[in-house]
Design a protein around this ligand. Structure first.
Ligand SMILES: Cc1ncc(COP(=O)(O)O)c(C=O)c1O
Length: 404
């Protein structure tokens, strides 16, 4: 063959060779496709007959490293193998898991207290494809049992519900789901594996919005589902078809977040308990929700299911005075950011009825046990005393807030 031309040489630079030494940082495999040495190898990898990578919507090493990291954290006490699949967002994980186990005519039993996006998926999207949903109160295990039908395929709850912080009795619910032959799926975004590992309590599949604690810096969007290979392999197959796969760049950021996950979650836990304890009884508040408070209905359950002294980093406060009071409180905060999302380095607040749960009308809000004045506070890594001072000044409507 004659000397290749300029364009060919520009495209075919010397091949990348793997260094012998292991990189301490996770390499980002920013490639859409992988090359093969033979047509047979190509066919075998693409046909799932041999391990390997072909196309990054299907699998990518950086993405797999992140999913394996979460699976190791969620499953470290289990004898059974636990594997993970990563997604482009928490909603991609949730929708793919649900669709994996449902078909037209199928039925879901779902908690009334769910993240608004999950509620919307179950309430408006899945019924269009012939899926029926029954909403239940997770605290009423007999009601949950009664909601099951012969066609029930999935029980769906959140470990710590958004934003009421209701804790699900995972072992009791797992018993009910398994008696009925259904898959028990739990969104454990608010807990993170540092607070609770639902697979230890009989749950079949755990999903996370990795955008939250797992990534932890509000700079990457992703989702993940973990469980035993026989279930997660089915989830992977549908992820490949639906295409909600995580990008390697986002996977790098989310994987980096895992290294500091316990440090961040434990600090947020401690500060959240301080904030909740100091706010409880404040005259501007109807109620303070935090599972670490002995006044919380599920305090005993949380103490039983969660690692000692860990109750999560979220506090929800119900302002007296409804929507207007809730929104005015948010406007008066100076340190806490008014923003979507949660579980990052910064303390972030949302007025629930106008933001995360905007899909719920007043009747649905009441049914989910939500007050129109509820404000969710995701406690960040700032000093707890500074947060208490900021929140307390914002609860005093007569006083002019300090300048921004
Ligand atoms: C509990 C919970 N689950 C799922 C999601 C959806 O995750 P994502 O925004 O990454 O799609 C969120 C988002 O706020 C959430 O709070």
């Amino acid at each position: 063959m004659s000397e290749p031309g300029e364009h060919t040489r520009a495209v075919h630079t010397p091949a990348f060779t793997q260094p012998k030494q292991r990189p301490l940082g996770l390499p980002v495999y920013r490639t859409a496709a992988f090359g093969f040495d033979s047509a047979q190898e190509y066919a075998d990898v693409l046909g799932d007959r041999a391990p390997g990578y072909s196309y990054s919507r299907i699998d990518n090493p950086t993405v797999d490293a992140f999913a394996a990291g979460v699976a190791a954290l969620e499953g470290h006490r289990l004898d059974a193998a636990v594997v993970g699949q990563a997604f482009a967002s928490g909603m991609a994980a949730i929708s793919t898991v649900l669709l994996t186990f449902l078909e037209a005519g199928g039925h879901v039993v779902a908690s009334r207290e769910l993240y608004g996006g999950t509620y919307s998926l179950l309430h408006t999207v899945l019924p269009k494809y012939g899926v029926d949903v029954t909403w239940i109160d997770v605290a009423d295990v007999e009601q949950v049992r009664a909601a099951f039908r012969p066609t029930t395929r999935v029980l769906w709850v959140e470990t710590i519900a958004n934003p009421t912080l209701t804790v699900a009795d995972l072992p009791a619910l797992a018993g009910v789901a398994h008696e009925a032959g259904a898959i028990f799926c739990v969104d454990s975004t608010f807990a993170s594996p540092v607070v609770c590992r639902p697979l230890e309590h009989g749950v079949d599949i755990v999903v996370h919005s990795a955008t939250k604690y797992l990534g932890g810096h509000s700079d990457a969007t992703g989702g993940v589902a973990v469980g035993v290979p026989s279930l997660i392999d089915r989830v992977r197959a549908l992820r490949v078809d639906l295409g909600g796969s995580l990008s390697p760049d986002e996977a790098f950021l989310l994987h980096r977040g895992l290294a500091t996950l316990p440090l961040r979650v434990l600090r947020a836990n401690d500060s959240a308990l301080t904030v909740a304890s100091k706010l409880e009884g404040h005259p501007a508040l109807e109620r303070v929700h935090h599972p670490g408070l002995s006044s919380h209905r599920d305090h005993g359950l949380a103490t039983r299911l969660f690692d000692t002294g860990r109750y999560g980093g979220i506090v929800t406060v119900d302002l007296r005075g409804g929507r207007d009071a809730g929104m005015a409180f948010c406007d008066r905060l100076r340190l806490a950011e008014l923003a979507t999302s949660l579980a990052g380095t910064h303390t972030v607040v949302s007025h629930v009825a106008s933001t995360t749960h905007r899909q719920l009308d007043d009747a649905a809000l009441a049914a989910a046990g939500l007050s129109p004045g509820a404000v969710r506070i995701s406690v960040g890594l700032e000093d707890a005393d500074d947060l208490v001072a900021d929140i307390t000044q914002a609860l005093e409507p007569g006083r002019r807030p300090p300048p921004l």
